[in-house]
Design a protein around this ligand. Structure first.
Ligand code: SF4
Ligand code: SF4
Length: 442
């Protein structure tokens, strides 16, 4: 089917990427303490393998995967385990976490390790190596990557889609990865294509990143069918279903996965991370994070050790300006307001955005005026107004009947609502409640 390079509905929020789009990635120094939650991915949290007082080196496994849809956790710094207990999680809850006092004098050299040679490995062995390295989707969803590499036998995957859309305002993490580490992205694509047995890969990049498109085109492999496709700039272009539709014309039916239409989607930063596993043998212990916003003194793109606290990251970026009013974890469309600066960066943290009053969402809400803007914005053709009324009335079962499961929590409806109704936030709570009810019933 023909590619359309876009999708229907969606919104055009101001991009604000100019603050960091041209700022090269630099490495943040190690803070005094690292906090590693055992729950950093979709699926079951890891199980701790260490105890207070244990000495760890950078890259050591400190939490074991608990089942197939789970990944291990590794120490992102050399140091001593201080405590295992509840700690503020970036999702706003308290979660079990391993606190490590960083060894200030350590050269941070990992223990010697065997570097797996990817093309001598069977797909199963690659999958195991990726799981052992704790790799998850770095675009925000944190779905364990190895699970996507093992489609069931009755599913035929023919295309790898590489997600370089990065449609969230302010964020430039993927942009910098594509322009500064293109060979790593291409190497990750090669490993993925080998493992999935697919012959075609398409890299989708929004057209507001011409330097990334140019760099990727320049580094394309001669011996593989990999193409780069510029995409219309529109939110949420980077969502799997939107991206698949834009690049292949295929539609993922409700309740189905991309693999059911022959596609696996991987984010560019996740592919660069897979490449690093096979280049260095190191697990996922650091990532590129955009730290930005008009309320921050020195907007930056940083390599941050997983587990660094928000306060340390902000301090390294010069601290907050007096006008700062809100810290948002992730982008402003999908991300949540973060009240606790002791919460750590986790594997799925794409960015920290510091807003001022001018950009913060007004707190006062008004009743629905039935304007229909939310229906026009919803990329999956739901009725957010109706869902919002049901959520406010606590009629959660009716929400499920109204197709809440299809909602991607993209935030388009909240963005356009003139009554400031926090629709997508209400839907996120309703989804979490539905999930809990399902688990209790099981
Ligand atoms: S948050 Fe859900 S209901 Fe709202 S626009 Fe996105 S998909 Fe539609
Ligand atoms: S955009 Fe807001 S006010 Fe308009 S119909 Fe949707 S919920 Fe109601």
């Amino acid at each position: 089917m023909r590619a359309r390079l876009s999708f229907r509905h969606g919104v055009h929020p101001p991009e604000h990427k100019e603050l960091t789009a041209g700022v090269p990635v630099r490495r943040m120094p190690y803070p005094e303490e690292i906090v590693l939650p055992l729950r950093q991915h979709t699926g079951k949290p890891a199980r701790p393998l260490v105890e207070p007082g244990d000495r760890v080196e950078r890259g050591d496994k400190i939490g074991e995967a608990d089942g197939f849809v789970s990944v291990p956790i590794h120490a992102s710094s050399a140091g001593t385990v201080k405590e295992i207990g509840l700690w503020p999680h970036p999702d706003g809850s308290m979660a079990e976490a391993i606190r490590i006092t960083v060894d200030a004098f350590s050269p941070q050299i990992p223990r010697p390790r065997i570097i797996p040679h990817w093309d001598g490995l069977t797909p199963d062995q690659v999958v195991k190596a990726v799981q052992r390295a704790g790799v998850v989707g770095l675009g925000g969803a944190a779905f364990p990557t190895h699970v996507k590499l093992l489609p069931p036998d009755d599913v035929v995957v023919d295309t790898l889609i590489v997600n370089g859309a990065e449609c969230e305002p302010y964020l430039t993490t993927d942009h910098r990865v594509m322009t500064e580490y293109p060979e790593r992205v291409q190497f990750g694509i090669r490993i993925m294509m080998h493992t999935l047995g697919v012959e075609r890969a398409i890299i989708g990049v929004e057209k507001n990143k011409p330097d990334a498109i140019e760099t990727l085109e320049r580094t394309l492999p001669d011996d593989l069918d990999v193409t780069v496709q510029g995409l219309t700039v529109k939110y949420p272009q980077g969502y799997e279903k939107m991206l698949i539709h834009a690049l292949t014309g295929r539609d993922v039916p409700p309740g189905k996965l991309p693999m059911h239409v022959g596609v696996v989607v991987q984010n560019v930063a996740s592919l660069a991370c897979i490449a690093e596993v096979f280049e260095t043998g190191l697990p996922l212990i650091e990532r590129v994070v955009t730290v930005t916003g008009p309320g921050l003194r020195r907007p930056s793109n940083l390599i941050v050790p997983v587990g660094a606290k928000i306060r340390d990251v902000l301090e390294f970026c010069g601290g907050l300006l007096d006008e700062a009013t809100e810290i948002v974890f992730g982008g402003p469309m999908m991300g949540g307001s973060q009240p606790d600066v002791d919460a750590p960066i986790i594997k799925s943290t794409t960015g920290i955005v510091v807003l001022t009053k001018k950009e913060s969402r007004p707190r006062r809400t008004y009743p629905c005026i039935k304007c229909g803007h939310c229906l026009d914005a919803c990329p999956v053709f739901l009725n957010p107004s109706l869902l919002g009324i049901l959520a406010q009335a606590g009629r959660f079962e009716e929400m499920e009947e109204a197709d809440l499961a299809t909602c991607m929590l993209c935030g388009c409806c909240s963005y356009v609502c003139p009554s400031n109704i926090p629709l997508s936030q209400m839907f996120a709570l309703a989804k979490a409640g539905a999930q809990r009810r399902k688990q209790q019933a099981a």
